[in-house]
Design a protein around this ligand. Structure first.
Ligand code: ATP
Length: 152
């Protein structure tokens, strides 16, 4: 099967990934979680890939520290990646999850990016029956907020 579903602690996935990416790119990635562990049911490697895409974007499009939040709520689990970088203009938010789409400013950057990351992220969110919201203002940074239904 394409999906490899198990029950795992998502805080461990976030902490490990943040440490590796923080060291690799010499960036401060702060992890916030109310609970020591937050379990979810899903494909652990795909959730890791999803977080990698979001944190990698936060690194590429900002210079300040990055905040990753894990919240365990009644209805489900919330994962949020916040950066304080270039942001996304409101008019572009509806398109950023489309394949090969890149906001103008990013398109003109010399450093790479294919515009595929977020379309893959969206697929991973969808197969976990998740929901994604984007809060962003050009010049003020971006929060990508993902909610997964609780399935234990
Ligand atoms: P890659 O496929 O290598 O990730 P990419 O970053 O260009 O390349 P996506 O991850 O799909 O592609 O993102 C699509 C576009 O959305 C980006 O080109 C960028 O314009 C915008 N974007 C995504 N994340 C952020 C962010 N955190 N801050 C500002 N813009 C962003």
């Amino acid at each position: 099967n394409w999906l490899d579903v198990s029950r795992f602690d998502v805080t461990t996935v976030v902490r490990e990934l943040s440490e590796v990416l923080g060291k690799t790119f010499q960036r401060e990635i702060r992890v916030h979680s109310d609970n020591h562990s937050v379990h979810m049911r899903g494909d652990k490697e795909k959730i890791r890939q999803l977080l990698l895409i979001l944190i990698d974007n936060a690194i590429k499009y900002s210079k300040e520290p990055i905040d990753v939040r894990i919240r365990s709520q009644k209805g489900g689990i919330k994962l949020e990646v916040t950066d304080y970088g270039i942001g996304v203009p409101e008019s572009e938010i509806p398109y950023m999850f489309e394949r090969f789409y890149r906001v103008d400013e990013a398109r003109h950057r010399s450093t790479g990016g294919s515009g595929l990351g977020l379309s893959i992220a969206k697929k991973i969110i969808d197969i976990h029956e998740g929901n994604v919201e984007v809060y962003s203002k050009a010049g003020n940074g971006t929060t990508i907020s993902i909610q997964f239904p609780r399935k234990i």
